[in-house]
Structure formats: C-alpha cells, structure tokens
Design a protein around this ligand. Structure first.
Ligand SMILES: *Cc1c(COP(=O)(O)O)cnc(C)c1O
Length: 416
C-alpha cells in the first residue's frame, strides 16, 4: 500500500513550530561539531544548562529531599491536577516573602517546568482574533508554542541602548482592544538584563492603561549579580493583574527535574472575577502533571536549601559575567553593548559587513562550530538577526578558552 492510501500523514505544522525551538536549532549547529577532526573538546555556550559542571551541582539538601520523597513511598500516587497542596503552599510562602501581600496555596498551580507553564498560559488565553505581545528578542519557546494557538503574536522591542528596557511607546502602538497580555522576562533571557522598580511599575501602568494582564516570566528570579535587586512583577499586581511563572530549573540548576509553577499575583482578584483563574485550573486538569515524587520533595527543597548555595551560584555567575564582558572586548568584529546583571546570558552583536566570508549570525554559528568546535546560539532564533546569544554559565577556564576561540575565528574571517 502506498503512503497516500493511509488516512494519516506527516504534520508539517509541528515541524514548523519545532523549527523555533532551542533544541532544534542547536541540533543543526551540533551537526558541524567534530571533536576528533578539530582536536579540541567541544565548548557548549548555546544553552542555559550548567548542571554538567561540578561547580554548578545542585545543593545536597535538594538531592536529599528528592531521595526522601522517593523513600517515603507517600508520593507514588497521582497528584491533583493543580499539584499537591504541601508543594503549592511551599511555593506560595516562598513567593510571598518578596511581595507586599500574601499569596495563598490556591493561587499556585504546579507545572512540569517553565515551558509547560508557557504552554498552559497560551492555551488558556487563546481566543479567536485575540493577540498577545511578546518581547523581541524573546525566549523561543513562546514563539514555538504560539504556532499552535489562534493568538496573533505581536512583537515589541527591547532596547539595547537602554539596558534592554521595554519600548513602552511601541507597546502602546501595538496593542488594541483584542490584546490579552504582555510577556515580560525578568531577569532576562536572552539579554541578561534586570529591570528596575520604576521600569516594572511603568510596565504595569501601561498594562492597566491597555486593560491587559502581565505574564511575568521569572524563571531567573534572584539570579542577579549587578547593582539592581530582583523585584518580582507581582509587587505591582494591584496596578495590573500578573501571572508569575517560575521554575526550579535555573535557580536550583536542575532543569531535568521538570518542575515549575504559575502563580496568581493579583491582590485585587481581577483574574478571579474574569474567570481566568478558573480556566487555568481546568486547563491543568486536562494537562500532564509534574511527577508526584518531585512535588513531594518541594517543601524540603524550598525550606532546606542553604543560603550559601544561592550565594555561591550568584558569585560564580557574577565572576563569569565580569570575565565575559571584559574579555569579549578583545574579540574583533563583535560588540557586547550591555554587561549582564542577571540570568546566564549576554547578547553580542556581530559586525557582519566586516567579515569576509560570514553571511549572517547562523552562518557565524555554523562555521564557529566547524572550525573552533564551539556552540553559540544564533540571534535570529531569538528575534535579533546578526547577534548571537552566549551563555556564560561555565567554569572560568572554559569561558576564557571559548573567548580565545572566538578571537581566532574572527581574526581569521576579518576582511582586513
Ligand atoms: C529556561 C526557561 C524557561 C523554561 O524553564 P524550564 O523549567 O526549563 O521548562 C522559561 N522561560 C525562560 C525565559 C527560560 O529561560
């Protein structure tokens, strides 16, 4: 029987959506890596997963919490759709510490990581003819997930010359009566920016003016190491309703544990009144859950991870960000306009006309992989053509070697 006689076929829409994902793009760059031929070990600065480096290992107390959860035999069951209460209440308490009001257990919904939270939010907010505002550059999963949604995506700019602040005038021109939400990522991926109290307040005021809710992606919450403190968007929840998205993946460096959350940070209960909170609950009843054993470990993970663990991680990230920002100045044909103050990333601009044989950012990443056995993430995949995203969350020796390789590459391919 020929394939056209079957009643099913390849789904090209899924391919088109997957093309946006970090995994897919990295896979194609990885195809150019050949450690044997190049005689160098691969350096991977393409994604934010430093769990492979011994210095970034998660805290022993978190590992113990998970072991105890398994050994207790209390968490072999199905969880509730929204998550088990002890874990929800631990997250609620954890988030409330940084807010001027208290988040209740019922305001927290557990998800299988931040990416799952994004999927849930876009599903819940989807309505025909509605639109949503995404930053440019953006974390690519938003774009990939939106391909499956009837929501129309509109992009506002983050401004490099203003430390990657939101172009609020742009937001106002983009939005209309059919706009449902604006997405803000703070601390930022891919830019490594951290927003001030004043800027976050202005974002909330803009959202109020437009009658839209704020989705605040805070998976890098507290991973800050510049002059600015981390301020949760929920602080301005009385100005406009905020859905806060969080995860264990980055701060505890356990992306493989697949645990995240959505928290309603909305002291004036607009999300309750409009029914958005109820829709979230229904959506989670249908959707997959984070593993119950992970949920069982959460109260202890949150309570028992020592401050010293977080201080050490932020110290390592700060040293890496400083080192990167200083050393990248020695690399010709590239500019890093803004030193990272949070998350694990920096955006670097390529002076493409000054290269003799590099066509664009993707070509740069492909050739760099082939010749120098190292991986960076092309800016076009986060919405900024002819930039690259660098993850500096590695050991200092690896980072120094990476910058040396970039230098060799740029010198070799410079026009003059
Ligand atoms: C990593 C990341 C996520 C996804 O978090 P997971 O818990 O790994 O699924 C969401 N948003 C941003 C901005 C991220 O960098």
């Amino acid at each position: 029987m020929g394939k056209q006689e079957w009643g099913f076929e390849e789904n090209h829409e899924v391919h088109a959506a997957a093309a946006f994902t970090i995994r897919n793009i990295l896979e194609s760059i990885m195809g150019n890596i050949d450690e044997k031929r190049s005689g160098k070990p691969m350096i991977h600065l393409g994604h934010g997963d430093p769990s492979v480096y011994p210095c970034f290992r998660t805290s022993i107390s978190a590992e113990d919490a998970l072991v105890e959860s398994v050994r207790s035999a209390k968490f072999n069951c199905y969880p509730d759709g929204v998550g088990i209460d002890p874990a929800r209440s631990a997250i609620a308490e954890h988030l409330s510490k940084d807010l001027p009001y208290k988040i209740e257990t019922d305001d927290v919904f557990l998800t299988a990581g931040g990416n799952h939270a994004i999927e849930i939010l876009l599903t819940v907010l989807a309505r025909p003819h509605a639109n949503i505002l995404f930053p440019r550059p953006n974390y690519p999963i938003y774009e990939a997930q939106a391909r499956f949604s009837p929501l129309e995506v509109r992009h506002f700019d983050l401004l490099p010359e203003k430390g990657w602040e939101v172009d609020l005038d742009g937001v106002k021109t983009l939005a209309d009566r059919k706009t449902v939400a604006i997405v803000v990522i703070n601390p930022g991926n891919p830019c490594g920016n951290v927003y001030t109290f004043d800027h976050l307040k202005k974002i909330a005021e803009t959202a109020r003016e437009l009658g839209i809710l704020v989705i605040s992606d805070e998976v890098y919450a507290h991973l800050v190491f510049g002059d600015k403190p981390f301020i949760p968007m929920g602080v301005f929840g009385d100005i406009a309703p905020v859905l806060t998205l969080g995860s264990l993946s980055k701060r505890w460096i356990v992306p493989g544990w697949r645990f995240g959350w959505i928290a309603i940070t909305d002291p004036t209960s607009i999300l309750q009144e409009t029914g958005v909170a109820g829709s979230l609950k229904s959506c989670l009843t249908i959707s997959a859950d984070p593993a119950t054993v992970i949920q069982g470990a959460i109260p202890s993970v949150i309570k028992n991870t020592p401050k010293s663990f977080f201080l050490n991680i932020n110290k390592l990230l700060k040293e890496a960000a400083d080192l990167f920002f200083e050393k990248i100045k020695e690399v010709p044909l590239v500019t890093c306009p803004h030193k990272s103050e949070g998350s694990m990333f920096s955006m670097v601009m390529l002076n493409i006309p000054a290269f003799k044989d590099v066509a664009d950012d993707t070509d740069f990443c492909m050739k760099l992989a082939k010749e120098e056995c190292m991986i960076l993430f092309p800016g076009s995949a986060v919405g900024l053509k002819n930039w690259v995203r660098v993850s500096f969350a590695t050991e200092p020796k690896v980072l120094e070697e990476a910058i040396e390789r970039m230098k060799t590459f740029c010198l070799k391919h410079a026009k003059y």
